[in-house]
Design a protein around this ligand. Sequence first.
Ligand code: C5P
Length: 403
Amino acid sequence: MPSKRILLIVGGGIAAYKACELIRLMARSGHEVTCVLTAGGAQFVTAMTLAALSGNRVHTSLWDAGEEAEIGHIQLSRAADLVVVCPASADLLAKMAAGICDDLATTLLLATDKRVLAVPAMNVRMWQHAATRRNVARLDGDGVIVMPPDEGPMACGEFGPGRLPEPAQILARIEELWASDHDAAREDRPLAGRHLLVTAGPTYERIDPVRYLANRSSGKQGFAIAAAAAAAGARVTLVAGPVGLTTPPGIERIDVESADEMARAVDGALPADCAVMVAAVADWRLAETSGRKLKKDDGPPPTLDLAENPDILADLAGRADRPRLVIGFAAETHDVLDHAIAKRARKNADWIVANDVSGDVMGGEVNAVHLVRAKGVESWPPMPKSEVARRLVDAIARELADG
Ligand code: C5P
């Protein structure tokens, strides 16, 4: 468990002495503890004890001029990962439920944007009182986590629920909270730990120093896929042809011009878990380029002799160290599905995302695609390119998780 910063509010009650043991356990687990001691808490333990155990200064007053210069009560809760109220007296629970803030503890409880765990300890009748029941229910509704007290003999001589749970149990509950956060975060980031390689945009094939052959690819779909993959937690390398797009956050972008440069950049970006080749790579380049601008008065119009470009997708899919999942795109103006199915086999790609570019897909915001896989074809309705990207990234995450 990575170490966390805990703001511990020690309320009034005999159970405050157990907070001392809790601080010791927290510190021993590597957590950084800062204590706030209420006036009631100070009747049972001293600020000196808490400072010695936590190794940090103890805060007691809302009216500390030095701290209020930095709006101390807000600062204190901001600097924490979790606020723990232990023991939470009936009075503290009531104030928290009502939103009363008349001292440092209650003020920062109202000001915090962090999760709050309250660990009540009180006399059994106070715990069972309708007012406390109401307050606990309200706190629960407000998102405060209230740890149920233990049952047993109490300091006041009575027996029943109201005892503070053992400090080890409280720490276990805290670590359980963080473990569930961690799982939730992993669910949001299904590509965490994966490397995705995405190509996007057109390539420019040089004719002479001022002219080139190109196509109408805008790069938008590829950039959207790179952005969605990064948002899903992947490390993303985006090899981009010449496009006028800004780099989505958290992405390593390599700018290239020609298919040859793109092929080299792809090679240099390996290994990857998945490659999504969205770039509209020019099929041909000039067999010979001119070092000087071709001039009209050099004679009759020049003949452009073309040579085939490397097929980056097919080459990548054929390598022994290929990414586990190689995805190609197929932009077609007719017989979209037939071509895509044939292309998947010919290029040895795992999936082909096929789109009909007979309309205004190129440069537009909307795309309608078919996902062609060994197990069959899924046709998606028209949707924004960002949504196509999200769905494709979800499918990639599922595939990588399964394999
Ligand atoms: O053969 P075609 O250009 O229709 O195939 C499109 C798919 O192949 C796209 O994924 C594109 O990025 C890739 N491709 C490539 N290298 C080429 C041509 C296309 O990687 N020279």
